[in-house]
Design a protein around this ligand. Structure first.
Ligand SMILES: [Zn+2]
Length: 229
């Protein structure tokens, strides 16, 4: 399995012959590697944690270009379906959908999920995190969220060993809280900080997370550099 952080919350997973993108905010993402999407050869699935532009990003274009299946909240699937995304797997919190041997489980996140149309919010359903289980690995992408103690339940239900956790603060938990998630609620072997450093507004420092985590390895990834668990 190969994992690539693309800046912000965008993550590429290559596993079991599948190419999967989570929250593919690439155009307009100052940390995304230049032209990365142009070099992409295949894409079977796109997973969206919630309906904000810094997460939905290039979903419509990429889904249409590759015929990828979208896994997201019911409302978000409908909204993108209206933009021409043909293959969708609408879900809601607590649900699991399997496709090609990979299981996509939607788990809670504390955030918001709405798009502004004429300055009015249009709901995109509840925000979410995901646990994606391949043949050999369970990967938790927390989406945008604060710390919550039911992360322990996510650990109990799905036992993820790889976690992509936000730590930029302001809109999500900061590094101190993300460290509590790792030390008290999850049992991750590999922790990858996300949702930091994209914009000046996100002041949370992933090094603080690395310094505070007492179980599991924290990998402060470089956007575009693939790594293995
Ligand atoms: Zn966000």
């Amino acid at each position: 399995m190969k994992l690539t952080w693309l800046g912000h919350s965008a993550v590429h997973i290559e596993a079991d012959g599948r190419s999967i993108l989570i929250d593919p905010f690439l155009s307009g993402n100052p940390r995304a590697p230049e032209g990365w999407a142009k070099g992409l050869k295949t894409l079977e699935a796109i997973v969206l944690t919630h309906g904000h532009s810094d997460h939905v990003g290039d979903t419509a274009e990429l889904a249409k270009r590759f015929g990828a299946t979208l896994f997201a909240q019911f409302e978000l699937c409908a909204w993108l379906g209206a933009q021409g995304v043909e293959k969708t797997q609408p879900m809601n919190t607590g649900g699991t959908v399997e496709e090609a041997g990979i299981r996509y489980s939607m788990v809670p996140a504390f955030h918001s999920s709405a798009m502004l149309e004429d300055a009015k919010p249009v709901t995109m359903g509840d925000p979410a995190g995901f646990v994606i289980r391949t043949r050999d690995h369970a990967i938790y992408h927390a989406g945008d969220t604060c710390l919550f103690s039911d992360m322990a339940l996510i650990d109990r239900l799905y036992a993820p060993k790889i976690g992509f956790l936000p730590c930029g603060d302001r809109f999500t938990m900061g590094p101190e809280h993300a460290a509590i998630a790792c030390n008290e609620f999850l049992h991750l072997d590999l922790v990858v900080p996300i949702h930091w450093g994209t914009f000046d507004l996100l002041h949370g420092d992933p090094k603080v997370l690395r310094d505070r985590v007492s179980r599991g390895r924290v990998h402060i990834a470089t956007p575009g550099d693939a790594f293995e668990p």
